[in-house]
Design a protein around this ligand. Structure first.
Ligand SMILES: C[S@@+](CC[C@H](N)C(=O)[O-])C[C@H]1O[C@@H](n2cnc3c(N)ncnc32)[C@H](O)[C@@H]1O
Length: 397
């Protein structure tokens, strides 16, 4: 056992979890600790036998996030650890040959960098990085991370978008700051053949929904006739569908989102997109009363279930919008239905879709079950890395 690093003793259950390949140990499985917030610690069992190396959080229910899941006696060298994981993450993204100038470079646990998110935004001339340090350990090392990013990727600027609420669970404040170079107010990214304006400081997540990029392209493959994009944000699905549809109606409750969708449609010379500022729940009802019909419908609501207690209400919400969408969908048409609620798993989501179809008296076939884009990897051993479901249904009758 190393003597120079703080040590955290975990219960048998905590140790078993790490041995099964999951990097998290919950506070209830911590049996003893002598460490400061964000320390790199040696994880040992009740008999002082090494299990792993991990970052310690003094505040979160996720007390330990392992970075080396092997029972090594020696601590990993932090400089080497960060550099090699960043290089590995970048190599994977190169392998994906992403047809876009904006993508996720580091997806936390899934890239072996727990609590760290890094997104790349390029405008064709310069590249900017948006960083989120979501744990005490990553937050404490933000300067080191910045220096490595500058060294490895030479970005024109780095912005920390440390405003997600989850930082509160770590006892961290919510801030947004430029930590290297310069970062413009807005920039124009390319996704496939289309351009979108993104506001890195105020846009949702780190600017936009990079996790839906591959699903936007998939929707363009299914689209036909009249299309509806409910919960459009900046028009990601709507514009991709508009390249092949007769017409697209895009809905969002936010005036800024509707304005962004209209501006993005104009920027790309798409004249068949109509954006409306409405509540989707109300509008789907109104469209049904008006006897509207669509050949392709996308539903991409915000996460209805942010925690387990919210699941029953979320299920009711998903059921309602899917039921109403299926009533508006012409036979032979496609419903592309998304859920980004981690707490509503795939099995439950498919069950909700089946109940909605049954109530709508529609026979539907599952044509494709899709996930978040591949630059947001899903680790089989870490279910928490998989959150986005995108189910493509065909209305058979
Ligand atoms: C997950 S985002 C959509 C992302 C988008 N489809 C994309 O691919 O980039 C959810 C959007 O739903 C909007 N929204 C939330 N509640 C709504 C409601 N009841 N009616 C309409 N829009 C709503 C939000 O303003 C946000 O833009």
């Amino acid at each position: 056992m190393s003597t120079s690093h703080p040590v955290v003793v975990v219960s048998r259950r905590g140790g078993d979890r790490i041995r099964a390949g999951h990097p998290w140990v919950y506070r209830s499985d911590v049996a003893g600790v002598e460490a400061a917030p964000g320390d790199l610690v040696q994880v040992v069992d009740g008999r002082n036998r090494p299990i792993a190396w991990a970052f310690w959080s003094s505040a979160s229910e996720i007390a330990l996030r392992a970075v080396d899941l092997a029972p090594r006696a020696e601590a990993p060298d932090e400089e080497t650890f960060f550099r090699t994981r960043l290089q590995r993450a970048a190599a994977y993204r190169r392998e994906l040959a992403i047809d876009a100038t904006a993508y996720r470079l580091v997806h936390g646990e899934a890239d072996g960098l727990p609590g760290l998110v890094i997104d790349v935004y390029g405008d064709g001339r310069a590249t900017y990085l948006v960083v989120q340090t979501l744990s005490q350990a990553m937050d404490r090392r933000v300067d080191r991370i910045r220096d490595l990013l500058v060294d490895e990727f030479s970005p024109a600027g780095i912005l920390t978008r440390n405003d997600p609420k989850v930082r509160r669970l770590e006892g961290l404040e919510q801030t947004v700051a430029v930590i290297a170079g310069e970062v413009p107010g807005t920039l124009v990214i390319r996704e496939g053949s289309l351009e979108f304006e993104v506001d890195l400081r105020h846009g949702q997540k780190t600017g936009t929904f990079l996790d839906q990029r591959e699903n936007h392209a998939a929707a363009a493959r299914y689209v036909q006739g009249r299309a509806l994009d409910a919960f459009t944000y900046a028009g990601g699905f709507a514009l991709h569908m508009a390249t092949r549809a007769e017409s697209v109606v895009a809905l969002d409750a936010s005036a800024a989102a509707v304005a962004a969708t209209e501006a993005n449609a104009r920027r790309n010379g798409l004249t068949n997109v109509t954006a409306r500022e409405v509540n989707v729940f109300d509008e789907l009802r109104e469209l049904e009363i008006a006897g509207a019909r669509f050949d392709t419908i996308v539903l991409d609501p915000p996460a209805f279930a942010k925690n387990r207690a919210a699941v029953p209400r979320a299920v009711a919400g998903y059921k309602e919008i899917n039921l109403r969408a299926l009533r508006l969908l012409a036979p032979g048409g496609h419903l592309i239905s998304c859920s980004c609620s981690y707490n509503v798993g795939e099995t439950l989501f498919l069950d909700v879709l089946q109940h909605a179809a049954s109530d709508a008296r529609a026979t539907v076939a599952v044509v494709e079950k899709r996930l978040q884009a591949r630059d947001h990897p899903v680790l089989l051993a870490v279910p928490e890395t998989s959150y986005l479901k995108c189910v493509v249904l065909r209305r058979m009758t």
